[in-house]
Design a protein around this ligand. Sequence first.
Ligand SMILES: CC(C)(COP(=O)(O)OP(=O)(O)OC[C@H]1O[C@@H](n2cnc3c(N)ncnc32)[C@H](O)[C@@H]1OP(=O)(O)O)[C@@H](O)C(=O)NCCC(=O)NCCS
Length: 133
Amino acid sequence: MTAIRAAEPYDLSRLMAFDSFPGDRIVEIVDRRMLVAEVDGVIAGYVAWQTGGCIGKDYVNKLVVDPDYRRHGIAQSLIAALHSVLDGRIFISTGADNVAAVGLLTLTNWQPAGKIMGLRPADEAEIFYYRDL
Ligand SMILES: CC(C)(COP(=O)(O)OP(=O)(O)OC[C@H]1O[C@@H](n2cnc3c(N)ncnc32)[C@H](O)[C@@H]1OP(=O)(O)O)[C@@H](O)C(=O)NCCC(=O)NCCS
């Protein structure tokens, strides 16, 4: 069973065991800008956001599921829970080559908002999406 809740400082060490982003997540946790997904008491994924981080709109800048727990709907559950902490128009983005993320965002009804070149190495575009909560 997957339970979604606000992240707490004691979650940090478990998060860092599978986090794929550089640095640590303590600022997001302390600022209350993170939800975690718990599966049978184990943190299996998280989503974090920057308030007003996309030209004044809230921007979901991190969404990661532990590789051992992928393809079990955890990212979908985290996205579904965003309505409990955010409202209005929110944005998210991913590299165009990230097949998993593009599939996830398409499935969960994010609207394509456009592509930006030059944010990623080589010729990979960053695709932005939005959703109204
Ligand atoms: C992208 C990511 C968050 C998906 O997490 P997840 O919990 O495995 O996703 P879900 O199980 O909720 O998958 C929902 C849907 O997304 C799509 N999807 C997920 N992983 C996929 C993959 N590897 N290939 C193709 N489609 C995929 C599918 O449509 C899937 O539905 P299905 O399993 O019924 O086919 C995860 O792969 C991850 O942490 N990747 C590294 C970090 C990252 O790229 N984050 C970007 C977020 S914008």
